[in-house]
Design a protein around this ligand. Structure first.
Ligand code: IPD
Ligand code: CA
Ligand code: CA
Length: 251
């Protein structure tokens, strides 16, 4: 069954990417959610609706936790799909680049499937928590020490030293900020960044956490507590065998 669900997830995410690319030069309907810089487009909503409909018609007993339109099911309750229809909406609007479609699947709060599509490169990253693939090729990742690496950051947390992030950055070669959690996870998988520190909602980290787990990564709150999969939380995805070294900085 898990394999059927994995193939389903890869298919619907690839279809969503094709749909978005087909509509790239359309006039977007852009609306503000909570603030002028918190935007959503008609394509975010259409993609969510398309994937949600396919999930519920294919797996009618499953549940969904998704970003738009208050689709909120408790991650710990049964079989739950976690969907971010367009991650990096601001990048999508301004750059038409650096955005992702993300879908994850959890059983009683345990991550079983993670899928991220870098929409413009059309590269699909997928995995089941034990191995991860880029399109058809298995990913092999050797994590370097922090002092030979870059880290992905949320710029507000970085400049205010929230959680000690600015202090930690002095132990690295520098920081980078992309504006899409999904692309940050892709960059971890590509060995371009060592870890990622941000303030995120469940749909921002659900797929990424599953995808990087095979390489010894842990995704948790910045203070070490497990993620709650509700609301925004300051979090980090880091190599678990280097946790001790960063504890002097990250609190
Ligand atoms: C956002 C992006 C961004 C992160 C924000 C998220 P959205 O997702 O992942 O990188 O810093 O916190 O909300 O709203 O574009 O899906
Ligand atoms: Ca989104
Ligand atoms: Ca997002």
């Amino acid at each position: 069954m898990l394999n059927t669900k994995l193939e389903f997830a890869k298919k619907v995410v690839r279809q969503a990417g094709g749909f978005i690319r087909q509509h790239l030069s359309d006039d977007l309907e852009i609306s503000e959610k909570t603030h002028f810089d918190d935007l959503v487009t008609n394509l975010d909503r259409e993609v969510q609706e398309q994937i949600l409909t396919q999930i519920l018609s294919t797996f009618p007993k499953d549940h969904v936790l998704a970003e738009e339109n208050d689709v909120r099911h408790d991650i710990k309750d049964g079989n739950v799909w976690v969907l971010d229809p367009i991650d990096g909406t601001t990048n999508f609007i301004v750059q038409r680049d650096n955005f992702a479609v993300m879908l994850a699947y959890y059983e009683s709060g345990i991550g079983k499937i993670g899928v991220i599509l870098d929409v413009m490169s059309d590269n699909l990253y997928w995995g089941d928590g034990t191995s991860a693939y880029k399109n058809e090729a298995q990913i092999h990742l050797t994590v370097k020490p922090l002092r030979q690496s870059l880290i992905g950051v949320n710029t507000y947390m970085y400049r205010t030293n929230a959680g000690g992030l600015l202090d930690l950055s002095h132990e690295s070669l520098g920081v980078r900020a992309i504006g899409s959690a999904g692309i940050e996870y892709v960059n971890i998988l590509e060995g371009k960044i060592w870890g990622y520190f941000s303030n995120l909602s469940p749909w921002d980290y659900a797929a990424g956490a599953v995808l990087i787990a095979p390489f010894g990564y842990i995704t948790q709150q910045i203070d070490g507590r497990p993620l709650a999969f509700e609301g925004r939380q300051m979090m980090m995805s880091v190599p678990s065998n280097q946790l001790d070294k960063i504890k002097a900085y990250i609190k």
